[in-house]
Design a protein around this ligand. Sequence first.
Ligand code: ADP
Ligand code: MG
Length: 242
Amino acid sequence: MPVLSCAHLRKVFGTRVVLDDLNLDVEEHRVVALIGASGSGKSTLLRCAALLTEVDDGTIHLDGEEITDPRVDPDAVRRRIGMVFQAYNLFPHMSVLDNITLAPVRVHRRARDQARAQAREWLDRVGLADQADSYPDRLSGGQQQRVAIVRALVNSPRLLLLDEVTSALDPELVGEVLTMIRDLKAEGMTMVLATHEMGFAREVADEVVFLDAGRVLEAGPPQRVLGDPTEPRTRQFLSRII
Ligand code: ADP
Ligand code: MG
């Protein structure tokens, strides 16, 4: 059974169809890279999967449970899905540790000490233990983004959604974030990531999905989709980006 299964998703903003009969399955321990031009629907798809945006039609299943069912408690679902955005969105007036534990403690009512202990463990694992009490503005962009990823991991999510998490970083800081994602893959984390880093997609993804106007135009192993695309639109996109 896939961890994430999106079937016939449709999302409309005004008159604009942003997701159009979109289907996507993500098996456990797999990494799926979403590629496509700006505006093709990558962020919207991730936001729908994280229940941050409602779909207009279609279904999303997480571990076999339909999370688009209106009877489902969205907070309970969000606890099982971690999402990280392009801008790290850390609260500037809170320490790293408080940033990470805010949601688990306040929203998810986890015991404060337990959440903090787990947060420290994660910070240690990603080499940021000594920054636990720092404020975000003392950290580099790469460190801030790694903290944001840790924040998405403290609830031990089943699925991690990453939306262009390196796009806002200076080039020299991209590597440390990609390394962290590589390590998460090695640990078996199931991930969907929207990215413009084709080299990274080729290396880390089990499957590359090319979105075009809210549809999956082409999907398959990275070597095939990136190296020998069948669709002219994919070829055109890749020739512009690489
Ligand atoms: P991508 O991440 O691939 O660049 P997005 O999912 O952000 O694409 O956007 C897809 C389309 O949906 C774009 O045309 C964008 O302008 C539109 N869109 C996204 N969010 C909203 C919104 N909240 N309101 C109106 N239009 C939106
Ligand atoms: Mg986007």
